[in-house]
Design a protein. Structure first.
Lengths: 129, 147
């Protein structure tokens, strides 16, 4: 499975990883998306949606919530949003309007080629255009 | 009934049944002399919650749900809400009686209980409430063409 992300996701993640509370989460994210089964999460956009939007909690009590679209046949995952549950940016889920905004951003990002491929080098996430 | 739906529903049912919380006062009294037993009991409850979360998550992977299956899904989600209420009461009791002895283990129990609540809300929303707007339907088409 190839993993991609939007610029919004990249900036959100980089901002979170600057925080020492979340620094160790980089490894957890790498493990989940690049080693484990990234499909073991909750689909939050209805029963059998045309493109499933997954939500995954990663980490322990300060878990981050990662939202991503799966294109199963094409073998691609697009990470679109990440947030903590607690703190100033904390929330436990996103609204349906926010879901629509994420899709809209993803469409615009793909059209403008503002998409990053995610890889891992020595347990660090590497973004390449 | 579709086999996949049946299996998912049974998994949630079993995961709910496997949440065992000691409610007998004699058992709770005996915990005072068996603190390590209490600690492992809490870890056991946390494992049961984790299994229930996984079983609930798998409900959202179903490809097709007819009306009678939707009724059963509502039943197991309601059963999970009931388990959640019990688990919240149990957490409050644990915190009250043993919060100072095992702050970390009990805090971890709270995290599992909160994760279960969030999963129940997400699953309920996704299966029973989510509606695609015409704008979202158009975005699906655009995305499918682009990727």
């Amino acid at each position: 499975m190839d993993i991609f992300c939007t610029l919004d996701f990249k900036e959100e993640l980089e901002s979170l990883l600057k925080n020492k509370e979340y620094k160790s989460y980089e490894k957890l994210i790498i493990n989940f998306f690049l080693s484990d089964n990234p499909l073991s999460a909750t689909i939050i956009n209805g029963v059998n949606p045309p493109i499933p939007l997954f939500k995954k909690r990663i980490g322990g009590k300060k878990a981050l919530r990662v939202y991503y679209y799966l294109f199963e046949i094409k073998g691609k995952i697009y990470l679109t949003h990440i947030h903590p549950k607690i703190g100033t940016k904390g929330k436990s889920n996103i609204s349906s309007k926010h879901q629509q905004a994420l899709m809209s951003t993803l469409v615009k990002s793909i059209k403008s080629k503002d998409i990053f491929k995610i890889a891992c080098i020595e347990f660090k996430i590497l973004f390449t255009k | 009934m579709n086999t996949a739906v049946k299996e998912c529903i049974e998994n949630v049912f079993r995961a709910n049944e496997n949440i065992k919380i000691p409610t007998n006062s004699e058992e709770i009294d005996s915990f005072l002399d068996k603190l390590s037993f209490l600690r492992s009991s809490i870890l056991g409850i946390n494992n049961s919650i984790e299994n229930l979360i996984k079983a609930l998550e798998s409900l959202t992977w179903l490809k097709k749900v007819d009306d009678s299956e939707a009724f059963l899904l509502k039943t197991v989600v309601a059963m999970s809400k009931s388990s959640l209420t019990t688990l919240k009461i149990n957490y409050a009791m644990l915190k009250h009686f043993y919060g100072s002895k095992f702050p970390e283990v009990i805090q971890e129990n709270l995290s599992f209980v909160e994760d279960l609540e969030e999963t129940i809300n997400d699953v309920s929303y996704s299966i029973f409430e989510h509606k695609d707007t015409p704008e979202i339907e158009n975005l699906y088409k655009e995305l499918n063409d682009l990727v």
